[in-house]
Design a protein around this ligand. Sequence first.
Ligand code: ADP
Ligand code: MG
Length: 350
Amino acid sequence: STSITLEGCGRTFPGGQVALHPLNLTIAAGETLVLLGPSGCGKTTTLRIISGLESPDAGGRVRFGERDVTALPIEKRDVGMVFQNYALFPNMNVADNIAYGLRIKGLSRDAIRQRLVEVMAMVDLQGFDTRRIHELSGGQKQRVALARAIAVRPKVLLFDEPLAALDAKLRDRLRLEIGQLLRELGTTAVYVTHDQAEAMALGDRIAVMQAGRIAQLATPREIYHRPTSTFVADFIGAVNRLEVHATLADHRLRVSGGELHAPHLTGVEAVYCRPEDIQIAADGNTDLRGEVRQSIFLGQSQRLLVDLGNNTFLQVETASRRQWRTDEPIGLLLPPEILFHPERHACPAK
Ligand code: ADP
Ligand code: MG
């Protein structure tokens, strides 16, 4: 595997549409980097620049290891790609699709046969050799695409929303399998998705993208627990914002519904917390008081919408099986370690 370096890689399309502002990015050899962000933020453009399907604007450079590949077309870059729409050859059977790159490389019949058996086992497609593509389910088609991409042992694997067209259950399963495969192969990979669960599960690091720029680049844990902007905090999971009405003595903050203790957040205009970090008070000892306006049963948990007054609502996610009546009073505990502010990195580590 190889490292990948982008230097000043931007892309402005004719007509002035800036898909990507010039960015610098290094992906370590063997690393899986996830590009995460809403539709139109520049994920595919970044991936296409890495693959050679797209050129960066003048001045941009792409390196694989020490080697400058900026001028190389995709077929000379030694990359494997997997797309949302599979991009299989409909007139070839499964084995011929997977073996396509091996034939182009000019491998012997025996070598091709052997490699086919290997990769078909890796993606759990044994016995599907002569199946036609149109006879396959979406999940099976994506396994064929995956097998085709890895068959030639590329230096770099690139994924563009490969699971977006599949139903939820299959997506979860293939996500696990792709993660396992990437760990086994140790190939440098760039994985594009708009799905935060996929990004968390697969990324060694995640680059959250916003309007053609990287908003934050860090490990999944860091992105989740220490988002550096409200955009990132909001995009990765749910987040509550509580406006600070006044700073009191002893680092206490007055907010709707009560007072919070946050010595690491003095002077902030608002504090943030995740719904699942808030605890429900068992006795009268509470930080905030409110009333339950809504509860949504999610199976493994439930989500409460708590009205703190002053038009302030808090989402609380709890594993408790207790059922709250609408408008029932509730006490909440928000200990200092769950409170953060995107511009403050003093948030205690979890
Ligand atoms: P993503 O993959 O995150 O959805 P893209 O990289 O595909 O985003 O696109 C980023 C922006 O660039 C979008 O606004 C898109 O409309 C624009 N764009 C992408 N490809 C082209 C193109 N070939 N011509 C003009 N604009 C494009
Ligand atoms: Mg895209």
